[in-house]
Design a protein around this ligand. Structure first.
Ligand SMILES: [Zn+2]
Length: 135
C-alpha cells in the first residue's frame, strides 16, 4: 500500500511576540529553537521563559534541522487529504508537533531520520515540517 504525500491547505500559524522571530527565520529557511544558558536545555514551542528552570534568559539558536521520528499517525478521516501528524525529536533535544511531508506516508517508521523542510501556510507564512532522510 502507498499513500503519497499531497499538498493540502495549511492553516496560518497564530503569531505573537514569543514566536515572531521563529516564523521570520522559517521564512528564510532556518529552524530556530529557544535555548536556556542557565540549565543548558533547548525547548519548543518558543517561550519567553525556560520551561525547565523558569529562567528568563532564553535565547534563539539555529537548529540543525535534523531529528528522528518519535511517533506519528496518518490521518485518513480528518479531511479529503491524508497527512502524517508526528512528533519529531530534534538533535538539539526538543520534540516538535509537526507533519511529515514529501514522501509515501505508508513508508514511515518510528525512529527514522528526518530533516526539516518548509511549507507555505494559507497566509504565506513558512511552517517547519519534516521529511525522511533517504539513506
Ligand atoms: Zn533553563
Amino acid at each position: 500500500m502507498s499513500t503519497p504525500y499531497q499538498d493540502r491547505p495549511i492553516p496560518a500559524p497564530l503569531k505573537n511576540p514569543e514566536n515572531r522571530e521563529y516564523f521570520e527565520a522559517a521564512g528564510n529557511g532556518r529552524l530556530l529553537v529557544k535555548h536556556c544558558p542557565d540549565c543548558g536545555k533547548s525547548h519548543h514551542y518558543p517561550r519567553s521563559f525556560c520551561p525547565f528552570c523558569h529562567s528568563p534568559r532564553v535565547e534563539w539558536r539555529e537548529a540543525s534541522g535534523r531529528g528522528t521520528l518519535y511517533t506519528y499517525t496518518v490521518t485518513r478521516r480528518a479531511g479529503p487529504t491524508p497527512y502524517a501528524l508526528a512528533y519529531v525529536t530534534l538533535e538539539e533535544g526538543p520534540t516538535m508537533l509537526t507533519n511529515i511531508v514529501d514522501c509515501d506516508l505508508d513508508s514511515l517508521s518510528v525512529g527514522q531520520a528526518v530533516k526539516v523542510v518548509f511549507k507555505a501556510s494559507e497566509d504565506g507564512t513558512a511552517v517547519p515540517m519534516f521529511t525522511p532522510v533517504l539513506s
